[in-house]
Design a protein around this ligand. Structure first.
Ligand code: NAD
Ligand code: UGB
Length: 407
């Protein structure tokens, strides 16, 4: 009869046991000293500690003014241009962006690389990550927040509605929550949209016109943002300025926008769809050049009064503003294509379709009197001039050496 198993001598000699023990100790020590980099940006930030913190402080260090601006959506189209303009004039700038893949994320990485060369650091993170935002506010006493992070595009809302709720509503609330508790409270300037005018037929669109008929979920989330801004201003005395941008275009633009993918498709010889309204005219937009938009954003930041509350307490009535930033000169999509044909020296293959009911509106036209008066906003670029700049950039960027170009 054999011995009970517990009385058997171990099958492993002592040296093997020792070897296993040492391997275990070595592995534990290695993991302790070199923790695996986490995919969670907040943990990564905390793990990387002083290295990240120094980059953040350096990026946000202000030179000529004492402005320190947090730009959300900094790797986006408008975010890139606004961040560079702020940095150029001596403001401290820190960016945050989640680099999502709504459109080619390589373009966002290229924009961030350009910002990096200008000493603007873009933290990779989501504006819904309150812990991360809080950490950034601990490291830097931001005087202003330029909130541009959002899920943009009117038609994509039918495919991915929750991304709009997540970034444009929850994301805005997350930013305002951190701002409300910050001491001192920063002034907030954020991007609303011309789309809030929805089915409004009063032209040109004035800030006093109705905005209760959104034609897309995108528009509805921007409208909700304007109401949320009212609440945070009312309760916590946050200074908030909403900017209703009108179809912004230019170098480093967004590939999901018509002027951008029309350019791609014309060059490839692909057919493009031109939408027309009920009156058989092509739909029209108040296309606004990026440099004009940047001037409007800087005007809004410069005239934004710092908040009156601090640490979540309201003191006296704070600023709550909303402005149209457009070009006041709508152009039909057919005309946009004519200009592109001329600049690209290639005929477009166009097909006309009735405007689908997918979030689109037949026309936009901004009344900019208020922004002119209060922000000194004065757009100076016509569509042909602006598209020329875009086409020059496009050719360079998509050529082999394009990644190295500067603005
Ligand atoms: N370009 C236009 O024609 C236009 C017109 C009206 C309003 N707007 C608004 O202006 C702002 C900037 O637009 P854009 O054209 O630069 O768009 P964009 O998509 O190029 O930039 C937005 C950036 O925000 C980032 N982002 C999105 N959700 C995020 C989140 N939850 N956390 C962190 N980052 C996030 C994206 O990765 C992107 O880089 C947006 O709020 C947009 O709705 C743009
Ligand atoms: O100002 C805004 O608030 C919005 O501006 C922008 O939306 P839109 O003005 O709709 O721009 P964009 O898609 O370039 O279509 C331009 C024109 O081309 C027409 N269009 C479009 C596609 C097509 O295949 N054919 C066509 O004729 C189309 O009917 C339209 O007339 C931003 O994307 C959006 O994020 C939002 O912020």
């Amino acid at each position: 009869m054999g011995k009970p198993p517990c009385l058997h001598r171990s099958r492993f000699p002592t040296t093997t046991k020792l070897l296993a023990l040492w391997t275990f100790i070595f592995l534990a020590l290695f993991l302790f000293l070199f923790p695996r980099s986490s995919s969670d940006p907040t943990r990564r930030l905390l793990q990387a500690g002083p290295v990240w913190e120094n980059r953040i402080r350096l990026s946000a260090r202000s030179h000529s003014h004492s402005r320190r601006v947090l730009v959300t959506g900094a790797a986006g189209f408008v975010g890139l241009h606004v961040s560079l303009a702020l940095k150029r004039r001596g403001d401290g700038v820190l960016g945050i962006d989640n680099f999502n893949s709504y459109y080619e994320s390589s373009l966002k990485r290229s924009r961030a690389a350009l910002l990096d060369r200008a000493e603007v650091f873009v933290v990779e993170g989501d504006v819904n990550d309150g812990t991360l935002l809080k950490k950034l506010f601990e490291l830097v006493k931001f005087t202003h927040v330029m909130h541009l992070a959002a899920q943009a595009g009117v038609r994509y809302a039918m495919q991915n509605p929750s991304s709009y709720v997540q970034s444009n509503i929850a994301g805005l609330v997350s930013v305002l929550e951190v701002c409300k508790s910050a001491n001192p409270q920063p002034a907030i300037v954020w991007a609303s949209s011309s789309s809030v005018y929805g089915l409004n037929s009063q032209v040109p669109f004035s800030e006093k016109d109705r905005t209760d008929q959104p034609a897309s979920l995108y528009a509805a989330t921007k409208k909700a943002g304007e109401e949320i801004a009212h609440t945070y201003n009312h309760i916590y005395g946050l200074s908030i300025t909403g900017l209703r941008f009108f179809t912004v275009y230019g170098p480093w633009g967004r590939p999901d926008m018509a002027y951008f993918f029309f350019t791609q498709d014309i060059l490839k010889g692909k057919t493009i769809k031109v939408f027309e309204g009920a009156d058989q005219k092509s739909v029209a937009r108040d296309f606004t050049y990026i440099e004009d938009i940047v001037k409007g954003c800087l005007g809004a930041l410069d005239t934004a009064e710092r908040s009156t509350g601090s640490g979540g307490k309201k003191r006296r009535k704070a600023q709550l503003r909303v402005f149209n930033l457009g070009n006041t000169s709508p152009v039909g999509v057919n005309e946009l294509v004519n200009i592109l044909e001329k600049l690209l020296d290639k005929k477009a293959r166009r097909k006309v379709f009735p405007m689908p009911r997918n979030g689109d509106v037949p026309f936009t036209h901004a009344n900019i009197t208020l922004a002119q008066k209060e922000l000194g906003y004065k757009p100076t670029t016509n569509l042909e001039t602006g598209l020329k700049e875009f086409v020059n950039w496009y050719r360079l960027y998509y050529s082999k050496s394009g990644m190295n170009i500067v603005l």
